[in-house]
Design a protein around this ligand. Structure first.
Ligand code: ARG
Length: 489
């Protein structure tokens, strides 16, 4: 540290100012922090995004302190006035964030004291940064979970829109990425709606446990002032109060479970991405996504690459990584608060940013963008129904239907399965579909086979036959569509 810096850091704080963090607890310290340690320990340049939650928490705390007679009404008014000014300073970009003041909490408190004097110094009565930060993160995350809930709904609506337009479109359903049975493309889309519906439910569940108040736990053991924690919780719209002060300041499992729910959601996006990528490759040609979600190649002029789904698939690794980071952060921490917990923020923030961007972009890429002139959504995925249907005709997708046909004629299923295997072998050697084998040839495999077999060998017949709850028959898909529409309305 240069002599000039050392002098300024060592100078005595003016009565109403808290210009450097050291001054928050300076009397005990015989030397200032080195620049490297300051940089290493400070979090202000990322935790400043908690500022609104920090101010909301402080205002609720101050209101309660005044109501309980712990601070005067005029101190409360000064704190409100100071916080209003700080809010406009931060919003306008005029607020000066100082590395020296370590984090968002000390930065705001120092400025408050600068603005309103002793009233600012009284704000921290009965409070510690430990319960303050836990409260801030919970408040902030609650708001983000609500935004994510809205985005998950938008994505589901997009998928339902595409499903509705494609109930009768048939694509080969795969298992092991081998043609298995024909399915409705609408049905396929609705599978993702189910996944994102569960993701939304998980988010709502995480919200319940996040929306609980740590404030009033102070450093770790509670406080000697007659706080009314229920009142603060009510002011902040929280559903309850953390019941154990040690747990309240040290626990971050709400952040971990949020990141777990986010990881699962990204895994679902990643699976969808993988399908979009496969479907838009030239060998499939099932769909197209709008050009604005693709990029060209700097060397191959013919290329249109599915960068957005590929990146989403890649970013899934990043979010799962954050889950690993957070869960490992918690492991081995003794009660109560430890500075390790400052490391919860960047992974959590990045998880939120990545998930929100991904959901937003997918809702638009799948379902399109609203054209205000027509009131219609435009530019979502384009489906090539013919290519899907052609692909479904390859690979004997109706073989199970033939087996089921024979079962209905009285054969035990295992025997029917074996009979059809012979038929498939014959069709393969003739390089044709089962439905292209003449009736006499089919009858050679089993005499019970009659002319009506061709109905069950057709793609549409196969689809219509799967008319059980959750099945791919268009009637079932329409019923599911109606259920989702009502739920998402
Ligand atoms: N910036 C800190 C964090 O993110 C705030 C709490 C600091 N508490 C403390 N005792 N050092 O966790």
């Amino acid at each position: 540290m240069s002599k000039a810096q050392a002098t300024s850091a060592d100078s005595a704080p003016s009565h109403n100012q808290l210009d450097t963090k050291a001054q928050a607890w300076s009397a005990l310290f015989s030397e200032p922090m080195s620049d490297l340690v300051k940089r290493y320990t400070s979090s202000v340049f990322f935790d400043k995004r908690l500022w609104q939650a920090d101010i909301a928490g402080s205002l609720a705390h101050a209101e309660m302190l005044a109501a309980q007679g712990i601070i005067s009404a005029s101190d409360h008014a000064s704190i409100q006035r100071g916080m209003a000014q700080i809010t406009s300073e931060i919003e306008s970009g005029a607020f000066e964030w100082k590395l020296d003041l370590e984090d968002v909490h000390l930065n705001i408190e120092a400025r408050l004291t600068q603005l309103v004097g002793d009233a600012g110094k009284r704000l921290h009565t009965g409070r510690s940064r430990n319960d303050q930060v836990a409260t801030d993160v919970r408040l902030w995350l609650r708001g983000e979970i609500d935004l994510i809930g809205d985005l998950l709904k938008e994505l589901q609506v997009s998928l339902v829109d595409v499903a509705e337009q494609n109930v009768e479109v048939i694509l080969p359903g795969f298992t092991h990425l081998q043609v298995a049975q024909p399915v409705s493309f609408g049905h396929h889309m609705l599978a993702y709606v189910e996944m994102f519906k569960r993701d939304a439910e998980r988010m709502a569940d995480v919200r319940r446990r996040t929306n609980v108040l740590p404030l009033g736990s102070a450093a770790l053991a509670g406080t000697t002032y007659p706080l009314d924690r229920e009142r603060v919780a009510k002011t902040l719209g929280m559903e309850g109060v953390c019941q154990n002060s040690l747990d309240a300041v040290s626990d971050r499992d709400f952040a971990i479970e949020f990141t777990a729910a986010a990881s699962l959601c990204m895994v679902h996006v990643s699976r969808l991405s993988e399908e979009l990528i496969i479907w838009m490759s030239q060998n499939f040609g099932f769909i197209k996504i709008a050009d604005r979600f693709t990029t060209g190649s700097s060397i191959m002029p013919q290329k249109k690459n599915p960068d957005v789904p590929e990146l989403a698939r890649g970013k899934t690794g990043r979010v799962v990584g954050h889950l690993m980071g957070l869960i490992t952060l918690m492991k081995g921490q003794p009660l109560a608060y430890n500075k390790d917990n400052q490391e919860d923020k960047e992974p959590l923030f990045d998880t939120v940013d990545t998930l929100k961007d991904t959901l937003r972009i997918f809702a638009e890429m799948v379902g399109g963008q609203l054209n205000p002139a027509t009131g219609q959504k435009e530019g979502g995925i384009t489906v090539n129904a013919q290519a899907m249907e052609q692909a479904a005709l390859k690979g004997y997708a109706t073989a199970t239907d033939l087996a089921d046909y024979l079962v209905k004629k009285g054969l035990p299923f295992r025997d029917a399965h074996e009979t059809v295997a012979h038929a498939v072998k014959a069709a393969t050697s003739h390089a044709c579909d089962l439905s292209e084998l003449p009736l006499t040839v089919l009858q050679g495999f089993h005499p019970a086979i009659e002319k009506d077999v061709y109905e069950c060998l057709s793609l549409r017949g196969s689809l219509n036959a799967r008319n059980t709850l959750g099945g791919t028959a268009p009637a079932q898909v329409r019923a599911q569509l109606a259920r989702h529409r009502a739920r998402l309305a």
